[in-house]
Design a protein around this ligand. Structure first.
Ligand SMILES: [Zn+2]
Length: 260
């Protein structure tokens, strides 16, 4: 069922039609650039992962892609036609195993590119997301595997996001955020879920990059604040709850004989 997807490899997305299959002689053929297909698949994957039902609502898909709901519905129907998603009008959309494999491959490209830009080309972690958004659609598998090899097969990107393996496996670890982790217990920053430049620059400024040691000392819903100690020697810092919710942390485990 890669037929419609193969037919998506064009930059001209002005003429959107839904394929009726070979039997119908392709009277109506989807013309959708592969980068658009990949963007839809990527966002549907993220939204479905974040939702309790495992489905992405069409409203959220349209919002994430910055299109009107009618456009999103047309596109999602085309993805369903290509065997990449399944769509039910009032429930939403979820990826098929083929769609999920494509989503993980796009994430692998995106995250390896980000890691390459930071590690090898010296970019700042706040600058790489936009670059990766463009490059993720054009890089060949051959170049990607070369980058992976050159980087020593990393498992995380500069924001702490796990990099799917070439086989499409995504290692996941249950993480808490600064908005819900325990008080008084040493944690380290594991992952940052917002890649906005200003936010990342702020984190660098206050020393909250992945790997930073923190201890949450107070939290107040009324004052919309989380107070924490950052680094060693530590400094006190206060964040709003929404910013705190974007910083995932894991328990800091001191490995005997290893200084971290
Ligand atoms: Zn990114």
């Amino acid at each position: 069922m890669r037929r419609a997807y193969a037919r998506c490899a064009t930059r001209d997305n002005t003429d959107l039609k839904i394929g009726l299959g070979a039997a119908a002689g392709w009277m109506n053929v989807v013309v959708m650039p592969s980068s658009t297909v990949e963007d839809y698949i990527k966002h549907i994957y993220a939204l479905a992962e974040a939702s309790e039902s495992g489905e992405a609502s069409m409203g959220r898909v349209a919002e994430a892609l910055g299109v009107v709901p009618g456009t999103a519905t047309t596109m999602v129907k085309a993805l369903a036609e290509a065997g990449l998603a399944s769509y039910s009008p009032r429930v939403g959309v979820q990826l098929t195993p083929q769609g999920r494999a494509l989503a993980l491959h796009v994430l692998r490209r995106h995250r390896l590119i980000e890691q390459f830009l930071v590690e090898v080309l010296g970019f700042d972690w706040s600058e790489v997301h936009e670059e990766a958004e463009l490059l993720e659609h054009v890089i060949s598998d051959r170049l990607l595997e070369r980058i992976d090899q050159r980087l020593g097969y990393p498992t995380q990107d500069p924001h702490g996001d796990p990099i799917p393996s070439a086989e499409g496996e995504l290692p996941t670890a249950p993480l808490q955020t600064l908005a819900d982790c325990d008080f008084g217990v040493p944690h380290e920053v594991a992952r940052v879920s917002d890649q906005d430049n200003d936010f990342l620059n702020y984190l660098t400024e206050v020393g909250l990059n992945p790997g930073a040691r923190i201890v949450v000392t107070a939290r107040s819903a009324g004052a919309d604040s989380v107070t924490l100690l950052v680094g060693d020697p530590s400094r006190e810092l206060t964040l709003g709850l929404s910013a705190a919710g974007k910083l995932f942390v894991r328990l800091f485990v001191e490995v005997e004989g290893v200084v971290r």
